[in-house]
Design a protein around this ligand. Sequence first.
Ligand SMILES: C[S@@+](CC[C@H](N)C(=O)[O-])C[C@H]1O[C@@H](n2cnc3c(N)ncnc32)[C@H](O)[C@@H]1O
Length: 216
Amino acid sequence: MKRASHSDIQILNPDIEDYIESLTPAGDTILREMEEHARVTEFPIIGPLVGRLLFQLALMVGAKNVLELGSGFGYSAYWLAKAVGEGGSVVYTDMSEENARAASDFLGRAGLGQRLDIRTGDAVRILEGSPGGFDVIFNDIDKEYYPLVIDPAYEKLRKGGIFITDNVLWSGRVLTPDDSPGTEGVKEFTRLLFSKEGFYSSIVPLRDGVSVSVKL
Ligand SMILES: C[S@@+](CC[C@H](N)C(=O)[O-])C[C@H]1O[C@@H](n2cnc3c(N)ncnc32)[C@H](O)[C@@H]1O
């Protein structure tokens, strides 16, 4: 049997992806500016298709209280901050002060600054130290740390809350013998997630794969 190498694997047929993108209205000025910023700086963001999914899932559970692990310059936080509405809160976490300043600028200009609670440092520690009761936790930190997120995310979600993680198909590297820390982290994470009692999980094969788990 032919062994898959990661360059072989296109998770979503590019024509299908283009088709879905063609149905997706362009975002507002700030969102487009953030997408351009990601393109120019080659910063990995979730992009509009996964952004819409986050927004929609957060709306479906009536999220008011969200925590994000690995917020970068605030693109995914933008979608979550829109979803929580007035009076809602998104805890932003990132290692980088520079990213946090950029996020504060972008979301401030988008009129969403009041909804953002910026914390810099290790995202897992911040999660562990938070009071919890979150409606949604979104995880997008460095992949080798993914396995560390499952237990605290479970503990800090409310019942019926959802835990969402990006990159769980990792450009198809999950099918390869690649033993880099990132690929090992994603594979171990997904094994643990699917065997975690108390989470009911699925993978949406959109873009780079998104796992969605509900706390039972
Ligand atoms: C893929 S980017 C996040 C992109 C963002 N979620 C978006 O779509 O707009 C990952 C971010 O996580 C941050 N990061 C990685 N590991 C981290 C950790 N353990 N704690 C805090 N931040 C972390 C990096 O600094 C980087 O900004």
